[in-house]
Write a protein that binds this ligand. Structure first.
Ligand code: SF4
Length: 239
């Protein structure tokens, strides 16, 4: 879809541009086959707010793993009230969840990194594949400072893991402070878990609040010592 040369020159061009410019380019090139992945984090809401300014009824998906916080469900209702979106909610395949938990237990994720990743695969990664079917591009709220696995992300990537479609990371170079400055200034709805000390939000059993001095993702799978702290939605099969 994009050659390596095109990709390099686009990234060179967009590196010092505002996220809105990246989104406008993505919409112009791919709409209606472009979708925002909304995991109900602050970054996703910033992008949704920006998207709603450049396109009518942006397509958005949320993956409901079945283990989300009530605050996350409340935020979905707030999104529906404030924004006119084509919002689709994807669930895991119940037979795959049943097979996994009946074999390994309802809280299998605490038993080993492998089982935790198996749970993320069934509850998140496989629904993601369905959400991206027929799409030419997806948009994420990834930022370079979020995790050591994300330091090298570019604003525009080719997602080799998901069929070679384009992946836009318009907030790649934003800081945590910029995200919240935008939310406050634009009255963007946000997940109320942030008011309770959470800094990265996932499923209930796998997320906890962090201390002010801890890394924002320290609250994700906190019992794992040497894992990459990723669920598999953003494996680095990109160029
Ligand atoms: Fe399962 Fe935890 Fe991954 Fe959610 S974050 S899918 S509960 S392992």
């Amino acid at each position: 879809m994009l050659s390596k040369e095109e990709l390099d020159s686009l990234n060179k061009w967009f590196e010092d541009k505002e996220p809105l410019e990246v989104l406008k380019w993505g919409i112009e090139k791919f709409h209606p086959k472009i979708v925002l992945a909304c995991s109900l984090q602050a970054e996703d809401l910033v992008i949704l707010d920006m998207l709603s300014k450049v396109v009518e009824k942006p397509r958005v998906f949320i993956i409901d793993t079945g283990r989300l916080h009530q605050e996350s469900y409340d935020l979905i209702e707030e999104i529906n009230k404030k924004y006119n979106t084509d919002l689709r909610i994807y669930f895991p395949d119940y037979s795959e969840v049943e097979a996994l938990v009946n074999k390994h237990g309802i809280n299998l994720f605490y038993k080993s990194v492998e089982l935790r990743k198996a749970c993320c695969e069934v509850r998140k990664v496989l629904p993601l594949k369905r959400a991206l079917e027929g799409m030419q591009a997806w948009i994420t709220g990834l930022r370079r400072e979020q995790n050591f696995t994300r330091g090298g992300i570019k604003k525009i990537e080719i997602d080799e893991v998901n069929g070679g479609i384009v992946k836009l990371n318009p907030l790649a170079d934003w800081t945590w402070e910029q995200v919240w400055e935008y939310i406050k200034k634009n009255n963007v709805p946000y997940n109320k878990l942030y008011d309770k000390g959470y800094k990265s939000i996932g499923c209930v059993p796998c997320t906890r609040p962090v201390k002010p001095w801890e890394h924002p993702r320290a609250g994700r799978w906190w019992w794992e010592q040497n894992s990459d702290k990723e669920c598999g939605l953003h494996y680095r099969g990109v160029k």
